[in-house]
Write a protein of this length. Sequence first.
Lengths: 407, 230
Amino acid sequence: MILLKLAWRNVIRNTRRTVLSGLAIGITLACLIFIDGIYIGMIGSMIRTATDSLLGQGQIHADGFRDTIEVEKTIINVNNIIKSLGSEELLSGYTERTVSVAMLSSAAGVNSVMLYGIAPTTEKRMSMVDEAIQEGDYLSSETAGQILIGSKTAEILEVGTGDRLVLTVAQADTGQLSQDMFRVTGIFHMGMREVDSGMAFININQSRKLLSLGNATHEIALKFNSIDDAGDRSLTFWDKYSQSGNEALGWRDIVPQLDGVIELSDMSTVITSSLVFCIVAVIIIHTLFMSLYERMFEFGVLRAIGTRPASMALVIFFEAASLSLISIIFGLGLGLLVMKIFSVYGINYMGIEFASVTITEFIYPVMTLRQFTFFPALIFIFALVAAIYPAVFAARLTPAKAMQRSM
Amino acid sequence: MPDEILKIQNVSKIYSTDGIEVHALRSLSLSIEEGEFTAIAGPSGSGKTTLLNIISGLDTPTSGQALLAGKPISTMKGSELSDFRRDHIGFIFQAYNLIPVLTVKENIEYIMLLQGIQEKERYSRVASILKKVGLDGMENRQPKQLSGGQQQRVAVARAMVSNPSIILADEPTANLDSNTGASLLDIMRDLNKSVGMTFVFSTHDTMIMERASRLVLLRDGEIVTDERRQ
């Protein structure tokens, strides 16, 4: 088609301008790809940190337990639930916990903690408590009287591994205080202040005895085969286990601030994309008008010899399409290169706390199909939209005015 | 008796700029017959360019009308006007006639592409017209690879190839040396005689005036003399 040929050749005849415009648009596309990839990587890291460190990807409690942490509020029909969870295909694991407020005291001081009674073997597969141990050892399933405390707690109480602590809790049935002595078997450091100073772990059997719970459980932490399922509120799994006075929640509801971060990142992507598209529009309009003004007489000749106004507009649209295609190819290449480089080296945000979650690993950008299909498609469409103004201008050109130099 | 191809009836053109009126044409009437080789001459500001613009539909008269091939070109608009120019008028401008990114062949066949003429017919006409203007073998060259005279010959070929009713040429030899200009004019005169193509020139060039079969002299927007020659 002659108009397409005309447009393509017009774009490539001024190589310098085309390269510069292509570079500008291409770089903005590469930035958009990279920013989106980093956001996805960061969100993924924060979710992993929040869920893998201790929370789990989902939890089951008695209704109202999370608000009050009442010792009496144990999971209803826990045995049936455990049996059912054992055959859930969505899950890769689960573990039972007791959760209660407790007081730890040593010769040097006292510290209130959230006391978790854990099953050491299943807990190991669910959380990173064992990996976070800096000093000493993890809990043993066989040995009683062991306690894991956080590094900050150890500082406050001025204790180390092997030292004894007195643990005081309130019992479930009577509310009376119950005490026992524990030996510090391990000190953990998770890099999160509220965990390192505010949590402690003992064997679940011992905690049940101390709290007079019988075989009851306060919390079942869940791990899914796919984290996407864990974040999917529409899954029937949650309704199934939110019956008879229990509630089953995914991480989005357990750590709502994390959900807020995701919303924020989605909004940031929208804002960044909007800015990118505005830049693209300005570059396209500028380039097309510069090109148009340079070829004003030529446009006048085309109109004079019989090219219809709509065809003139079509030439401009084809030029915008050609320019955006060149830019997109460059942008995809640059985006891919940047993503590959940072997927090896990552960005160090370790130690930074965001929405109550401390980033504990390097952030690596995540490549998705959307970045290399949807974003370029949007840029292409936006380029065509931006071309409307110069296209209408070209269509409305009167040959006489355009050729004033000659006639 | 040759047919009347162009009829200008009491055409006036007034330009208004910042409240100042300029009468470019004053109730001008003119008829041109088929096959005429007409030169419209006159000093700068006499209205030659304005007259050519109105004949070609590139501008509209303030009053009066222009009829080309029996159709009121001065009242046409938009696509109708574009299509009419495409089918009935060939243009040769003073310079920058050709589309720089198209080859000689593509420049010549451009109008035929707009007209929807089939490939075989297009190729045949292009080959024939290139031979007539003495440029056979140059179909794949770019305009920048041609001399000024050669470019003007391609412009003549493009203007002729779609068999228009009339060819309008605005100072076609202004940018050429006298030998090249004379050569170009001889080609156009030959085409006029052999094919009977109607040519109308806007010009200062005495070479064109000498070769013209009809000389129309304008001054201050009015026809001063209108001389037909053998």
